[in-house]
Write a protein that binds this ligand. Structure first.
Ligand SMILES: [Zn+2]
Length: 250
């Protein structure tokens, strides 16, 4: 199974913008798309992305890339906008009712609404280029409104972006009929690293921490002090495991 992930806009095309925050749609769509990409790969689902950087790619080129790759599904990621700051619903769009696209859309929409608790805009029929011109069943999500200040503030947060990405991945996994598991850690910079497994293990054991919620910095050097802390944690763990805990006073 091959999933086409299409992060909306990019480069000279910022998409919609929240001027108060200086937040651009193209930034959020790429951040969520990258998280989704890594979640799907973790679940052994292959992916193709129409862009992986802040780069302009025309709609025509996106469609060609996805069609040439013969993807099984297309997921296009966007954020809505309105002239007033009022609407804040989350919605999923397909080109027509019926078929696999609608099945996927329903699953995704349900997961999205449950994930962020924004008003349910439902599955809608829209004549968007990306869902109309791609050959595979295609779904376009509008992840809330960037014009809604509270929503825009949430969309900046890594935790919310991750929740949205998990919801999208869960919807896709459900459609593919495969189980979905989340990685032990939320680091986006260890994906595919030669020591990914060991890093996940060390973090899960509580021996090591990341430098940020989503960043482990796997290739940065460790200081002598940090090494001492890790060794102490490891030693304490061995003591507990060997049943020596609490014997120090004897
Ligand atoms: Zn858009």
């Amino acid at each position: 199974m091959l999933i086409g992930i299409d992060p909306g806009h990019g480069g000279k095309d910022p998409g919609t913008v929240n001027k108060t925050l200086g937040l651009q749609e193209k930034t959020v769509t790429l951040q969520i798309a990258k998280k989704l990409d890594s979640l799907l790969k973790y679940n052994n689902v292959d992916t193709v992305m129409t862009r992986t950087a802040d780069k302009f790619v025309s709609l025509k080129d996106r469609v060609k890339l996805l069609n040439d790759a013969r993807v099984n599904y297309v997921l296009s990621i966007h954020i809505n906008s309105f002239t007033t700051g009022k609407p804040r619903y989350i919605s999923t769009h397909i080109v027509a009712r019926g078929g696999k696209a609608e099945q996927l859309a329903k699953k995704i929409q349900q997961k999205l609404v449950a994930a962020v608790n924004w008003p349910d805009g439902g599955v809608r029929v829209s004549n968007f280029y990306m869902v109309r011109e791609t050959r595979a069943p295609a779904v376009l999500v509008e992840l809330g409104f960037i014009s809604h200040l509270e929503t825009a503030k949430q969309l900046q947060q890594t935790a919310i972006q991750r929740r949205l990405a998990v919801a999208l991945a869960q919807g896709i996994a459900a459609q593919l009929g495969i189980p979905f598991t989340q990685p032990e850690t939320t680091f986006t910079d260890i994906q595919g690293h030669w020591a990914e497994k060991e890093i996940n293990w060390a973090v899960k054991q509580g021996l090591f921490k990341g430098v940020a919620e989503d960043r482990f910095a796997p290739d940065e050097p460790v200081t002598r002090a940090q090494l001492a802390v890790v060794l102490k944690r490891f030693y304490d763990k061995l003591q507990i495991k060997a049943g020596f805990a609490g014997h120090e006073g004897n």
